[in-house]
Design a protein. Sequence first.
Length: 428
Amino acid sequence: MSGSIGVVGGGQLALMLAEAAQRLGVELHIQTPLATDPAAALATSVVQAPVDDLAGTRSLAALCQAISFENEWLNLDALAALEAEGVVFVPRLQALQPLVSKRSQRELLDRLQLASPRWIPLEAVLAPPAGLAADLRPQPAGGPGGEGWQLATAEGGTADAPNPHEPGVRRLPEGFSFPLMAKAATGGYDGRGTACIHNDQELALLVERVPPEQWLLEEFVAFEQELALVACRDRGGNVRAFPLVQTHQHNRVCDWVLAPANVSHAVEARARNMAASLLTALDYAGVLSVEFFYGPAGLQVNELAPRTHNSGHYTIEATVTSQFEQQVRIVQGLGLGDTALKLPGALMVNLLGFETAASSYEEQRQALADLPGASVHWYGKRESSPGRKLGHVTLQLGQEQPEPRQQEAMQRLDQVRAIWPLPPEERP
């Protein structure tokens, strides 16, 4: 197998893509600002430029047949100029458009009638300008796509949303109550750009602290499990999905992932159908990760990530084709690989920094590697800080049945915790 692809980004996801490309015999070139970034050592070549540097991406395109992205923080308008010049992006920019912002993700899910938490733009809680009688029930504006929001007035018409910086009493629209989750529409990851809002005072402080037009509020979901599914679609329209997994968070950062999740076949089938609907509706090529809440309200989509994902790291050891190999295959224009498990199960534990000083954690890494059936992945980041993802360890599980496998996973987690403690809990 041969070929050449490009990746915009040089972090740990690009590192694992480079490892997969080497196994497949595909050249992988990256665009990243620092020669010391994790993926630089394994890439075929490095275009040293900021990831949003258009000239750098043009240089990257000259080295390869198609370009993908490490994350979704993209200036699609700028990249469109390169696409017009003939640069091939996988996924296509048009497919990425609804996915690069949490607000546009929510609008997409609403259009496709896929269950997700109820939400409103943060500016919907602002008081209307003086003299305007409004009941503050948000109404989608701009047609079926919900482009923009308006406030419903007492007379039954609509009025433009008020200036976010205009003073006035703020209150929740009808049907919403505390607590609420506030999320930045763009740029949030690993717990950043989120806040739990418990009362009017916290809501007022949030509105003063952030640009309301760039944030949204979601109902707080009482879930029993957090689940995730990595799905994929090739450039010919064929769709496959990896096993549905259970995820667990610490300080709003992924702590561990158990594959497969202990859920019914009906729940897994529902998750796969929702992911397939998204991939097909977007005409999306590549790996797409879907995070779910599962509880009394059923299965709800929490967030979408148009890339390889932390919840799929277990696939390197546990499935026939890893999520990273799958992304390389799709970008290169190859057929999809087998997504089936080749082990009864696996537990992936993120290695989150627990020291503030620079540390390579060599003693702990060796102790983890010595555990039976353990594979340690170290990302080579230059600095450690509490909660920062520095690597992960995947542990093979041998139990075939769901309940014994869950117990085995928690025993293996205890072994990891004895070596690698969690960072302290954040104060609320």
